[in-house]
Design a binder for this molecule. Structure first.
Ligand code: GDP
Length: 371
């Protein structure tokens, strides 16, 4: 039939004519995909099943070759993540393709965190989260690529851990990998002229190589698109409204049990019961994000009535692309942060029962309070 079908992984138009072009899917796979309501092009299907990577910035099967190349290289892997969005920063299946290579974690965008937050605590948390994903980083360095924090420390760590090997810099899009690479290039004075953009052998993926003194190099790999990022549900403009642009100023709300906070139309926090009649909860999110307080019992109706208008972003025009909210409930037995991945967090006291809502696919989780 003439119906136009699109891959739910990369958005390419599905076609069965040319295996070399984006969206190629064998006819049999289209049928199966439609039956399961999960139509992926062949490339995305393979990525999901062999590496579980949902998408890449370039539409080509060759991405697998890149992962294989990294796996078989003897190299230091530098994995850049957004300290604000650990889940959204993860390269699914990374532990499998790094092989036996050491991983140095770079937790970027440190400048967004309030000064009162102990960096060492967050480092420990990043390490724990990495361990839970099967990655055991040799070190975690917290950087700000834009504010140029800890870049010398990073370069020193790279030098220390690479032990004469090549360095592969990997990361999903939006974590600040390009900004970081540009800073590394600037700091390696005189090297600007030597930078080469080449392609991974046998692939169409561009890579940037920064030569090192001993004939080795730092290789910048293409950004991998991770679909569970708030970033993919919002337009560029709305993303700026929703994600922190500057150091966060914490906001305190005195809530009674049975009260709700809406963060624009993006997320929601319910204090179901608290240890006291009034409970201070502290919100760490983009300073200009509109926060609305309602009664919990009226919150569902309030959301339906005001989503896209009073409660935005997203705006009415963008609601059709916005996934439904998913609810997570927590019994809080120690002072905790309820983390909305990519948005920020709410610190609550021990003895609270709370719920967090975020667009389906974006995680809400609890961690021991950082402050
Ligand atoms: P890439 O897709 O990983 O290469 O990310 P980019 O380097 O393009 O950065 C994505 C966005 O994050 C841009 O808006 C950058 O300005 C911003 N960004 C990058 N590094 C930092 C940082 O250290 N702090 C802050 N606050 N923003 C950053």
């Amino acid at each position: 039939n003439n119906e136009e079908l699109y891959c739910i992984g990369c958005g390419a138009k599905i076609q069965s004519d040319d295996p070399k072009q984006p969206g190629y899917t064998p006819v049999s796979a289209i049928k199966k995909g439609l039956e399961n309501d999960e139509l992926y092009c062949q490339r995305c299907f393979r990525l999901r099943h062999y590496n579980e990577v949902s998408d890449v910035s370039l539409t080509d099967d060759d991405f697998l070759a890149l992962l294989n190349q990294i796996g078989s290289a003897d190299a230091l892997i530098v994995n850049v993540i957004d300290v604000f969005d650990f889940n959204g920063s993860l390269i699914p299946g990374i532990h499998r393709f790094v092989g036996n290579n050491p991983v140095l974690m770079v937790a970027n965008k440190e400048d967004l965190l309030p000064r009162s937050l102990k960096r060492s605590k967050l480092k420990d948390w990043v390490r724990q989260r990495a361990n839970a994903e099967g990655i055991h980083p040799v070190d975690v360095i917290m950087t700000s690529a834009t504010k140029q924090h800890a870049l010398e420390e990073l370069l020193k760590a790279i030098e220390k851990y690479r032990e004469g090997r090549d360095v592969y810099v990997v990361g999903v899009t939006n974590v600040g990998k390009s900004t970081l690479i540009n800073q590394i290039i600037k700091r390696s004075t005189g090297m600007q002229d030597l930078i080469t953009t080449s392609r991974f052998p046998g692939t169409t993926l561009d890579k940037i190589e920064i030569p090192l003194d001993d004939g080795r190099m730092i290789v910048d790999t293409p950004g991998i698109i991770h679909k569970d990022q708030m970033a993919h549900y919002l337009s560029a403009k709305e993303l700026r409204l929703a994600t922190p642009q500057k150091e966060i100023r914490p906001k305190v709300y005195q809530l009674a049990g049975g009260q709700t906070l809406f963060f624009g139309g993006l997320a929601r926090f319910d204090l179901i019961t608290g240890p006291s009649t009034r409970n201070g909860v502290v919100v760490y999110m983009e300073n200009n994000l509109q926060i609305h307080r309602t009664k919990l019992e009226k919150a569902d109706a309030f959301f339906v009535r005001h989503q896209g208008e009073l409660l935005q972003p997203p705006t009415t025009g963008e609601l059709s692309d916005f996934p439904p909210m998913e609810r997570f409930e927590f019994k809080v037995r120690e002072k905790s942060d309820i983390v909305f991945e990519g948005l920020g967090w709410v610190t609550v006291k021990s003895g609270s029962i709370v719920a967090g809502y975020a667009p389906k696919g974006v995680g809400v989780l609890r961690r021991k309070a950082m402050i």
